[in-house]
Ligand binder design. Structure first.
Ligand code: ZN
Length: 348
């Protein structure tokens, strides 16, 4: 089948490749419609690795996907051909201890699209477990369906935070994931979200949403800004989404006593943490790795109009132009949030 293949660092090609195509009793076959370009896909393209995951063999990219069911396995009852769906790209071992605990995202045996050595879905068709395939509500487009995967990280962060209605949140880092976290925090009951970054372009985009206030770290000290906004009390929840050592340093100076810090961003190197400051506030520290059990709730929020992801789609490319899409994503233009690839060339 034709696919966008990462051959090695910096080299992509559109070519035929053998991919497993057998539909088991619990699987569905999907014709891909829209696939988002993720920061992780781009990182594999530009660096050939993320931590211990190294691209040693050619790998098909793409894991943020929506499409249409074209075949269902003999045991599948909740989906049928013609259904529009989005897919959760991590497939755990359902018998694993982590799966039985409901934390299947941290199952050591999980296989995840476009994470070496597992192929992604920038290809016309794929086969996937029906249990990790979700029907799109009628008013949710394929483009939005392909945004559910990155939004799921925000959903996981908001769930881990255990938001109380009216909470004030801070999100450090206004990249795609930072914005997703901010939107999930607002949908989850936060009254306002402050989001920090060095780029006005990114902050301006985030601030088009009601409830989000940008803090540009080039001009403003985040500790005093949050101090002022909360009468010296601090934020109820701080989501770290930048992975930047400087942001980690300030976390425990902007969270309120007894507040919650949620670690989402992955620093490239280990960073020092001010444990004494964390203890002095007796704050709760939560961590996030991908997501579990959030796709249904993410779709429900989008369908209900409580979360609008459409403004975050910066541009779309056809499958034939997908290498161009990756080259643009690798440039890292500050006003690009999400680029998408339309597998059959038509919008909607
Ligand atoms: Zn992604």
């Amino acid at each position: 089948m034709r696919a966008l293949v990462l051959e090695r660092v910096g080299e992509l090609s559109l070519r035929e490749i053998d991919l497993p195509q057998e539909v088991g009793p619990d699987d569905v076959r999907i014709r891909l419609h829209t696939v988002g370009v993720c920061g992780s896909d781009v990182h594999y393209y530009t660096h050939g690795r993320i931590g211990d995951f190294i691209v040693n063999e050619p790998m098909v990219l793409g894991h943020e996907a929506a499409g249409t069911i074209i075949e269902v396995g003999s045991s599948v009852t909740h989906l049928k051909p013609g259904d529009r769906v989005c897919m959760e790209p991590g497939i755990p071992d359902p018998r694993s201890r982590a799966s039985r605990l409901g934390i299947y995202n941290v199952d050591p045996a999980v296989t995840f699209w476009a994470t070496p050595p597992v192929h992604g879905v920038l290809t016309p068709e794929t086969v996937h477990p029906a249990a990790f395939t979700y029907k799109l509500p009628d008013n949710v487009t394929f483009a939005e369906g392909a945004m559910v995967e990155p939004f799921a990280v925000g959903m996981q962060a908001a769930s881990r935070a255990r938001i109380t209605p009216g909470d004030t949140a801070v999100v450090t880092g206004c990249g795609t994931i930072g914005i997703m976290v901010a939107l999930a925090a607002l949908a989850g009951g936060c009254s306002r979200v402050f989001i920090s970054d060095l780029s006005d372009t990114k902050l301006d985009l985030a601030q088009t949403y009601d409830g989000i206030t940008g803090i540009n770290l080039r001009q403003t000290d985040i500790v005093s800004a949050i101090d002022e906004a909360t009468n010296g009390w601090g934020a109820d929840i701080v989501f770290e989404c930048s992975g930047a050592p400087a942001a980690v340093r300030d976390l425990f100076r902007i969270v309120r006593p007894g507040g919650t810090v949620v670690l989402v961003g992955l620093p490239p190197e280990p960073v020092p943490v001010d444990i004494a400051a964390a203890c002095a506030r007796e704050c709760r520290i939560e961590t996030v790795f991908r997501y579990a059990n959030v796709f249904d709730r993410a779709l429900a929020l989008i369908a209900a109009g409580k979360v609008d992801l459409k403004p975050l789609i910066s541009d779309s490319y056809t499958f034939d132009q997908s290498i161009k899409a990756f080259e643009r994503a690798a440039e890292g233009r500050p006003d690009d949030v999400k680029l998408q690839i339309l597998m059959d060339g038509e919008a909607i």
